[in-house]
Each structure stands twice: as structure tokens, then as C-alpha cells.
Design a binder for this molecule. Sequence first.
Ligand SMILES: Nc1nc2c(ncn2[C@@H]2O[C@H](COP(=O)(O)OP(=O)(O)O)[C@@H](O)[C@H]2O)c(=O)[nH]1
Ligand SMILES: [Mg+2]
Length: 198
Amino acid sequence: MKINIHNTKFLLSAVNKNQFPKDNLPEVVFVGRSNVGKSSILNALLNRKNLAYVGSTPGKTQQINFFNIDNKLYFVDLPGYSFSVMGKEKSQKISKSIDSYLTTRENISLVIMLVDIRHKPSNDDKLMYDYLINSNLNFIIVPTKADKVAITKIPDYCKVIQDELNCPPEVDIIPISSTKKNNLETIWQAILETLPED
Ligand SMILES: Nc1nc2c(ncn2[C@@H]2O[C@H](COP(=O)(O)OP(=O)(O)O)[C@@H](O)[C@H]2O)c(=O)[nH]1
Ligand SMILES: [Mg+2]
């Protein structure tokens, strides 16, 4: 499939599922803690600076944002799953809107789960991973901010993440840097592989 990334527009922010787009295009979903770099990777993959708002107050954005890419797929920016979204009493549970999106949406082609390369996955990350591995969804693990560690150490950091999440080797772990634009073509490859042929 050929995709013109320059033909991208923000479509809508949804707070509940009757606001989700109804045209059934495949959806690539970005999940991860607030501040992990969801908006940044989305912008970087599309070669845009400010399509998705970077660096907003952590946890403030609770809407689900849909970006239409060339009328062929959506990028979906989910709320971060910690801070105000999770709330202390909900810390054992992925927030409702994320949960409702992931469990009911049928046109998800790929979930991109972001974790900060420098940190061991949090409990919330583990809950998200366990949800994904036990679902039928396609997903990849993407350690972000790889520019913040020494290049030679990147595989070691990925190994820590793999071990902590208890990932089998067939789960793809693809470290990236949105600021340095490293490895973004590998992410695009993973996205394209899950899209229907045409
Ligand atoms: N050094 C570095 N900083 C990053 C990278 N990705 C995101 N950031 C920074 O991390 C902060 C949070 O990024 P953002 O995309 O808003 O995270 P979100 O809350 O998950 O959407 C911002 O200050 C970004 O500039 C990266 O690859 N490298
Ligand atoms: Mg964001």
C-alpha cells in the first residue's frame, strides 16, 4: 500500500465510543504512560512538528485523538495511562476509555506500546502488556528516547524491558528516537505489514 503521509489531518477527539469514526479504516494505536513520547512519535512518523500536541501537562489529555492518514488508515493517540487518568484507586486498572477502546474496537491493525528505554516497565506497563499478549491484537513494543542512552547500550536496555515484561522472543521490540528520527522506517514497516493489501 502506498501512503502519502503529507495528506494527513486531525479528524476528531472522542470521549466516548459513539464519537469514534465509523468508516472502518484500519487503526494504528499508540499506548503508553503520559510523557513517554506518544505524540512525538506520531509527529515524527508523519514528518510533522505539531500535529499531535507534545509536552502537554502529563495525564491531562483524556480524549482519544484520531488522525486520518491519506484516507487509508488512522493513527489513534490514546490518553496516557497514569497520573490523573489512572488515579490512585484505579492504579490496578487500565483507564476506562483506553479499556473500552481496546476491547471493543474491531478495526485495530496494530498497537504500538511505548515504554521509556531508560526505565524498567511500570506496573501499568505490565498490565498493558499482559492485556495485549492475551488478546488477539497485533502489537509491538517500542522503547522511546533511545537518544538518551549510549548507542552501544541500547540492546541491554531492550533486554531489561524484555525480561521485565516477560516477552517471548517473537514479540518485536524496536527502539526509536523521535527527536533524532532513528529507526522510524522500521516502525513504518511494521505498520504497513499489518495493513490489508490493495
Ligand atoms: N530526547 C528525547 N525526548 C523525547 C523523545 N520523544 C519525546 N520526548 C520528549 O518527552 C516529552 C513528552 O513527549 P510527548 O510526545 O508529549 O509524550 P506523550 O505524553 O506520551 O504524548 C516531551 O518533552 C518530548 O519532547 C525522544 O525520542 N527523545
Ligand atoms: Mg501526547
